[in-house]
Design a protein around this ligand. Structure first.
Ligand code: ATP
Ligand code: MG
Length: 380
């Protein structure tokens, strides 16, 4: 039985542990900051025993790309089973990530390193108006980002000069993402493209599969395959995309399981967590298909409500994290054979949610109705 270690003690690691236990793998998690070990799906970490050795694990993976520089990480970095470490290092910094995309000729928004206020002003002048300034490292859920125009260029934090990038603000029609997996032998599989909606930089819902995106699928797969090949990557990787003027631009890459793949837990033949483990362990990895239509709704900054469980088709994934406003605390997947049936489910779900989440359900329903209308042949 293979033994795996996940770096990180968040919900992604927990869901990897759940998937591992289903398919007979042993998976523990370690908090790299606190040196706490979590066995399997256990919620309580124990201090790393003195005789603990990472050599007891064959494979090391990570649930996040931002890893601390400390003694424990230095030990883990030398582990021969932590092969994806260099890919994580490249992608954890927006400067090297964007440079990789440019080098591979994978379309992404025009960008520059921000060394000074003038760089933001110039980027704004050249690319027209607002630019999105992002910290090179450490940002997530829209944190560490500033939307600025030339007149407000001075509002970016000067202490990050040299460690920020500026991107053209993309006027996208919608955001899509693709999750795929690659094995050590180079074989790859992909989920269908999904549509994502963000609120204040944080994912609020995913529709799987995305409506009318079939024509984009080969191009998106080609982009992600090319990146994974270049990095000799093994495991699941996600690419966030902007659809702009009939083309795809890469927003960013995540060398791990991804929030926009959570729908697969209840709407695909194999979920992204199991797929990641299969890829890492060299297990059979048939292409994962979507089963009908799925909506994933993130539960952000709300208390657990047992009422959610009164809808028989709602699959709740609650992370058991401490409540904090604006924090992702769980998600709900709704899955149905048709978009129409999914709309009915969403209508039943809305009254069980607070105002903010009911609005998200309304937005998701509107997108689904649009996808449904577009997929129906025009009436003569
Ligand atoms: P994640 O939670 O995915 O890790 P993040 O904090 O790393 O997010 P991004 O994905 O770069 O940040 O940006 C968050 C959101 O902000 C995007 O999903 C998109 O809605 C918007 N955004 C980011 N960059 C741009 C851009 N260049 N043009 C327009 N919108 C953008
Ligand atoms: Mg993102």
């Amino acid at each position: 039985m293979k033994r795996l270690l996940v770096i990180g003690d968040g919900q992604l690691g927990l869901m990897l542990a759940e998937a591992a236990s289903r398919i007979g793998l042993i998976l523990d998690r370690v908090s790299p900051e606190q040196s706490l070990l979590f066995h399997g799906t256990g919620r309580h970490g124990i201090a790393l025993p003195h005789d603990w050795s990472a050599a007891d694990y064959e494979i090391i993976t990570a649930e996040r790309e931002h890893l601390p520089a400390n003694a424990l990480m230095a030990r883990l970095a030398e582990h021969p089973g932590f092969g994806v470490r260099s890919a994580i290092t490249t992608l954890a910094d927006r400067r090297s990530q964007k440079a990789l995309l440019d080098r591979l000729g994978v379309a992404t928004s025009e960008w520059c390193v921000v060394e000074s206020q003038e760089d933001i002003e110039r980027h704004s002048r050249v690319h027209g108006g607002t630019v999105v300034v992002k910290a090179a490292q450490g940002g997530y859920d829209g944190r560490g980002q500033w939307r600025l125009d030339a007149t407000r260029a001075g509002a970016a934090p000067a202490e990050l000069y040299g460690r920020m990038i500026a991107e053209r603000s993309v006027r996208f029609v919608r955001e899509l993402s693709l999750v795929g997996a690659r094995k050590a032998d180079g074989s790859c599989v992909f989920y269908p493209l999904v549509e994502n909606r963000h609120r204040e930089g944080m994912l609020s819902f995913t529709l799987a599969p995305a409506g009318g995106a079939r024509d984009y699928q080969p191009r998106a797969e080609q982009m992600l395959r090319c990146i994974m090949d270049e990095l000799d990557y093994v495991g699941v990787m996600a690419v966030e995309l902007f659809e702009e003027d009939g083309t795809l631009l890469v927003n960013e890459l995540a060398p791990r399981v991804h929030n926009s793949g959570h729908w697969s837990q209840d709407g695909a033949t194999t979920d992204q967590f199991e797929l990641h483990l299969r890829a890492l362990c060299g297990l059979p990895m048939p292409a994962p298909g979507s089963v009908g239509h799925t909506v994933m709704i993130n539960l952000v900054g709300c208390e657990f409500d047992p009422a959610w469980l009164s809808l028989p088709t709602a699959k709740l994934h609650w992370y058991g994290k401490e409540f904090r406003g604006g924090r992702k605390l769980g998600h709900i997947n709704l899955q149905a054979p048709t978009r129409q049936a999914l709309l009915t489910q969403l209508a039943s779900m809305a009254p069980l949610l607070d105002r903010d989440h009911a609005v998200v359900v309304e937005e998701a329903s509107a997108r689904l109705r649009l996808a449904q209308a577009e997929s129906e042949p025009a009436q003569a």
